[in-house]
Structures are given as structure tokens and as C-alpha cells.
Write a protein that binds this ligand. Sequence first.
Ligand code: XUL
Length: 540
Amino acid sequence: MSDLFLGLDCSTQSLTGIIVDFNLKKVVYRNSINFDEELSHYNTHNGAIILDNEKVVHSYPLMWVEALELLFEKMQNNKRALFEIKAISGSGQQHGTVYLNSDFIKTLKRLDADKTLVSQLKNSFSRPTSPIWMDSSTTKQCEEIRKKLGGLKSTINLLGSNTIERFSGPQIRKFFQQYPLLYEKTLIIHLVSSFMASILLGKNAPIDHGDGAGMNLMNIKTKQWDERALEATAPNLREKLPPLSQPYTVIGNISSFFVKKFGFNPNTNLIAWSGDNPNSLIGVGLIKKGKVAISLGTSDTYFSYLQDLYLDLKGEGHVFGAPTGDYMSLICYKNGSLAREKIKDKFHLNWEQFSQILKNSPPGNNGKLMLPYFFPEIVPQVLQPKVYCFGFDEDDLEGNVRGIIEAQFLSMRLHSKWIGEKPKEIYATGGASANKDILQVLANIFKTKVRAFEFADSAALGAALRATKSYYDSKNMIKGWEDIINKFIDFQRSIVIVPNEKYFQLYDDMLELYKKYEQYILNNRQDPEIARLDFVKNYF
Ligand code: XUL
């Protein structure tokens, strides 16, 4: 009998499941349900729907439930493997909130294995859609809550982040203000992660400290719900929230519905779920200081492990709980893979052609520079999307392809300065981390070695490894993080991209230029065109 562990990842565009075998030290199964393609009746676009205007971005929690059932149906081909799974954990896109009525728990308790989850759960929602992390429609609520908490600095000190449009608290406040009666009918508000865990558990699952910190409701020091934040957000909110828990808590066993329907072992443990970024921290093996990870997915994120609490008092960055029980820092960009895709599609390229253009164009892009706000941006905050091209026009192929990649990494280098330490090595993960030409630009801009792993599903892998660790810990068969990470994260077979020193000075200068352009556009500072022409004269 093998020791198998399942990691699930309910992300923006798909639900992925992977099984790791602790004895064989490898991933033995992977499958993924793409929402747009396989559940096309929900009519999502990249897993999301736009309501009212482009700032209001939601998704369907029922779609995630349907995806879970579909994934398990596919996994059922291997009934023995499902029975041998010892523990399950999961990962959810962060911040998204799910609003449930009094039917939810009643239904979960008496789920009938002869019927589908969707048919039984469809009346459990007090709000059929969930605002997700791409929503940026709550500026008013952010201001109101921040003001009640005493302004920017005291908010950050209390919650680990400024009040942020996509975070759960401002979203809950907006729902309460727009639909007070529906808010009143809401019995429980889950995050994507705790909602999916509840379905598997058959009762309300807790929210872990990793994902809880992305709500603007959890005190970052005590890791408890913060009374002041709850009160500033909406009435009676405390009673509508599940409890908070350590990320490594064993929260119970899988519910009998999944045992009967799919052949899971009734003793399968469930471990608290967490957000995709905390899971990815483990999925790339970041349990010590000094290295950072960059995830190039629907969102691009830059994150690192923190031994001690360290805050960004300017308010662009966040601090979340890490799966180890410590902290992690994070900055998040909305213009990640969807922005790269906009350029690829605009010029009718495939990824290979995109890479070729990147490879054949000069670092520094002949002084062509882009501010790529295809969608409202989080860092820096840009609520009205617009793409700015300096030194080239919008039909310039090379200008656009290199322009977007250089802009994304220059912005990351600029806005990650608050984390302090200059990274000694960057671990790259997420879909675009398979592209070596993109990683070369990253290495050159950060002047740092970049390591990409063969297995880019770091959130699902992190969830499986968290399940592994918590299972053995709970049985007093303690396995340290190092032991688990060294077994599953193949540093030997990872790809290492070495930065090219020849471009260090060029990118230092380009960073200054990029900063000036941000200030010009966002803060009405002086047009830096003369500095740009000097840059061109110097390098091209
Ligand atoms: C992090 C964030 C995104 C989502 C995407 O703060 O908003 O990375 O977690 O899945």
C-alpha cells in the first residue's frame, strides 16, 4: 500500500488535482479541468464573468463545485489510488468570497451519492456569483474601512495590508451596502479555499491564516478576527465567518458522499486549505529567507518567506500567514498572463513566435518602453486601464513583445524594494515559467540567477505537500519540511538561467527611466522624454 496525498488547486481558470506518492517520491497523477472549455455552459471568459462594468469581476461557485465532481469522475479510473489517498489539502484563488444561506450546511450533511453535487447545492447560495481577486470595484468601501481604522499606517499595522479593492472585507461591505436583505440572509461567508474544503468535509471548514490575511479582517499579529475591522466592514459579520485555523490543522475526514460516490477511504484526512500563493511558497520549496519566487500565472506574483513580520507601510505589498506558521510577503499584478496573451493574440503569434521575437530583440528594446495596464492594475494602483507606449507605436511588433515583458519585470523590481533584501536567487513557477526567453529577461533585469522547475503546478503541489506533512505530524511520524521538499522538488533537474552581466547597467538605467514614466503618468510629474532619448543615445 502506498502513502498517497492529493493536492487540489481551484484557481482562476481551472481546477487541478495532483497525487504524490511519498514512497516513490514523485507526482503519480495530474489532471485539470479548464472552466471555459469543459464547463462552457457557465460562459466564463478565463474563468470569470464581467458584471456591470470591467471593474466588477465575478465567477460562479457552483462551477467550481461541478469541476470538483468532474475531476473526481476522471480520477475514478484509478479507484485503487483514490482509496489509498491518506490526506487531502487544497489551494484556492485568494480573496474571492462565497455567500451561503441556511440550506448549505443542511444540504452538506445529507448529500445523496446517487445525485450530483450541483443538483443538490444549487439552492445554497444567497448570492449566485462570487467576487474574485480580479474585481476592483470597491474603492469607496476601502476608503470607508481605512478611515474607520485610523488611516493607512494603522490599517497596515493591524491587518498586514492596506484596504485593497480585491480583498474580502471591502467586497463584503459592498454586498452589505448594495443588498442589505441578501446580506442578512447570508448565514456564512467562505473564501474559495474554505468553501471547497467545506464541500469535501461535509460541514463548515475553517479559513487558514494564509488566506485569512487576504481579507482585511484578520489581525496580522494575533491571527484572530479583528473586532475593529469586523465592525468597520459590516454588521454581525463575526457570526457569518468560519473560525480561523493554523494552516496545518487536520480539520476532519472526507465526507461519506465522496466515499460512496468515488471510492475514497473513509479515513482520508482533510487538512485546512489555503490560498494559492501560500501553497506555492511550499510548492517551490521556500521555507527559508534569502530567495524569492515569482509566479507567472493569471496573476503575476512576487513572494518570499518571512521569518518575522515585516510590513510595507506604503501599502502596495501584503503580508500573509505562511504554511509553516510564519509569514510571507507578496505583491500581485493583474496584468500577468492575460496581458501577455493580449499582445500574442493582437499580432496573431503562437508562444514559439513570441519567444523568437523576444530572443531576437535587443535588451532595452532600443529605448521603447511600455506601461502595460491592459486591465486595472494592483501595483501600482491603476483603476482605469490604458496601455502607454513610449518611443514606439502600437503596431510595432518588437516594441510590444519585448515592451510588455520588460515592463512587467521592471515594475516587479521597482515595487518589491520594500521587502528589503535583494534576492540571491529567484524561483520561477506558473505557466509562463516554462518559457526560457521570458526567464532570461527576468534574470537580466533582477541581475539574479533564475531557477525554473520541471513541474510548474506549484499551488497544487504545495497543497499535496502540506497534506503530506500534516498527516505525518498528526500521527507523530514527524517529517521535517526539508525532508518533504527535498523528496519532491527536483533541484537537480531544474533549469537555471544565468543573468548576463553585460546588461546590468543598462537595466539599472532603464529601471530609473521606468520609474520616471510611472511618475509621469500616475503622478503628473515631468515628461521624461529627454531622459529616454539619452538612454537611446547611450545604448543603441
Ligand atoms: C494574490 C492575488 C492573486 C490570486 C490569484 O493577492 O490576488 O494571486 O490569488 O489566484
